[in-house]
Design a binder for this molecule. Structure first.
Ligand SMILES: Cc1cc2nc3c(=O)[nH]c(=O)nc-3n(C[C@H](O)[C@H](O)[C@H](O)COP(=O)(O)OP(=O)(O)OC[C@H]3O[C@@H](n4cnc5c(N)ncnc54)[C@H](O)[C@@H]3O)c2cc1C
Length: 463
């Protein structure tokens, strides 16, 4: 009897083998997978898609797959952009999508408990009638699941005030490779040894399957106001962000675009050659004007020239729109985004180094960046590149060369190689340099301890 037959017999109707579902669960939004599909390259599909409807079913599925030595690739929304989902031959996909919905809401403790397969947009809409919000707005909110956010250490567009997913998760339920269920305690903080939630935040399906996520939610803000300025240089525009955070102010949105991105996206609001800073202030009605005025002063002191705040509304209206990769490939152009991070004193060298390294790759048409998630000690730079190789059959080589250039330049500038998209397969060759030998040794030891047979998402994340 084949493994699929055994899985179907033991697990019943949650095991699916229809071709459309297998194809849908065979990849994520990684550009290289898109190139393969565009070029018609053959790729492995999962043997089956398992769609458990409860934690118990996940536990039974994982225990059975372990007994059969069948690799398992957890699958949320499939919106990852790093090639974290690419089932090896003989693997099954485990979709979390039937583990969906708001299971409990406590308006006093501000807790919202979701099944891990709840789509981000649904999670937010379920809070709306209660005057609450997650405060987590990734651009992919309608494409991704709350469990996927945990597994990739996702960031939302409002993270500068509200934090990234690791700051919003209060407790987790995770099924381990042998079917054991781990639940972390629902408590606002603990000094009870290492924080076990952190093991699974960013584990990208390699250490367990997240089945339930408890968020600490927040009241919807009473007031919201935007403002915008443009600056003579990118570095000049970073300065008021740094100073605002240092002074204890945290606008949820503080996005600074370099001159090329400013013109590309906001032509009507910014003169040629200037870097545009968008700011959104949110919070209690008495606090918002105070923050707005203080940050406005910092911007003017740094040489910022105010522009129409309607540009913030334009950004809000279009912020989740992304053109399809396919439309670029059809023009012989490969594009991607690469988000990295550095402390303030290194950001200038990081920006210059990565733009120069990308621009030196043959065929590169544009290499640009914006700063989108900031901290007291540094910021994220989100680079975009577009390249058109002379020979259209060299899309893959050009893409890989761009990533290599950007990763090496990031490391040379002392930056961190991944701010929020994760490692997957695209960054895996650079993880050893990021973590160092000792760090990689610890990660491998954790993997061996939690998944000794190496069955959870093999080939992903860990070099
Ligand atoms: C247009 C677009 C915009 C994006 N914008 C953002 C953004 O603003 N911020 C951001 O952080 N990211 C963004 N991303 C990337 C992506 O949406 C995030 O990485 C997201 O968190 C992935 O969630 P998912 O449910 O789609 O996970 P998937 O793509 O299904 O999986 C991602 C990884 O997590 C694992 N995994 C998924 N669910 C679980 C689970 N329950 N338990 C264990 N492992 C699991 C998978 O095995 C895989 O390794 C964007 C992507 C796209 C396509």
């Amino acid at each position: 009897m084949s493994h699929v037959d055994t899985l179907a017999r033991e697990l019943g109707p949650i095991v699916h083998t229809d071709a459309e579902r297998l194809a849908r669960h065979g990849r994520d939004h990684w550009m290289l997978a898109e190139i393969d599909a565009f070029e018609g390259a053959p790729r492995a599909l999962p043997l089956a898609v398992i769609e458990p409807t409860s934690t118990n079913e996940v536990a039974r599925a994982l225990a059975l797959c372990r007994a059969l030595r069948v690799p398992v690739v957890p699958y949320g929304g499939g919106s990852g952009v790093c090639g974290a989902i690419q089932p090896e031959i003989g693997a099954v996909a485990l979709s979390t999508r039937a583990l969906a919905g708001l299971r409990r809401l406590d308006a006093t403790d501000l807790l919202a408990v979701y099944g891990a397969g709840t789509m981000g947009g649904d999670a937010e809409r379920l809070l709306e009638p209660h005057g609450l919000t997650l405060g987590h707005w990734p651009q992919s909110i309608e494409l991704s699941t709350v469990g996927g956010w945990v597994a990739t250490r996702a960031s939302g567009q409002y993270s500068t005030a509200y934090g990234n997913v690791e700051d919003l998760v209060l407790a987790l339920e995770v099924v381990l490779a042998d079917g054991t269920v781990l639940r972390t305690r629902e408590t606002p903080r603990a000094a009870a040894g290492p924080d076990l939630r952190q093991l699974f935040l960013g584990s990208e399906g390699t250490l367990g399957v997240v089945t339930e996520v408890t968020f600490s939610v927040r009241a919807r803000p009473a007031a919201t106001r935007g403002q915008a300025f443009h600056f003579a240089s990118f570095a000049g525009g970073l300065e008021p962000i740094r100073r605002a955070l240092r002074g204890g102010f945290a606008p949820p949105v503080a996005r600074l675009y370099d001159a090329r991105e400013s013109r590309r996206n906001f032509r009507d609001f910014v003169p040629q050659g200037r870097a545009l800073l968008l700011l959104l202030h949110e919070g209690p009605a008495s606090v918002v004007p105070c923050e707005l005025e203080h940050v406005e002063r910092l911007c003017r002191e740094a040489g910022g020239v105010p522009t129409d705040a309607a540009v913030v509304d334009q950004w809000l209206a279009r912020r989740n729109h992304v053109p399809s990769f396919r439309s670029f490939l059809e023009q012989g152009v490969v594009v991607d985004t690469i988000e990295v991070a550095a402390t303030w004193s290194r950001v200038g060298a990081l920006y210059d180094g990565v733009v120069a390294a990308l621009s030196a790759v043959p065929g590169v048409l544009a290499a640009t960046a914006h700063s989108s998630h900031s901290y007291r000690s540094g910021t994220c730079l989100y680079f975009s590149f577009a390249a058109k190789p002379d020979d259209p059959r060299r899309l893959r080589e050009t893409y890989t060369a761009c990533w290599q250039a950007a990763m090496q330049a990031t490391l040379a500038a002392g930056g961190g190689i991944a701010h929020h998209h994760g490692i997957g397969r695209v960054r895996r060759p650079y993880l050893a340099a990021e973590l160092g030998d000792a760090g990689l040794g610890v990660l491998r030891a954790v993997k061996r301890a939690l998944d000794p047979d190496g069955l959870l998402n093999p080939g992903n994340l860990i070099p």
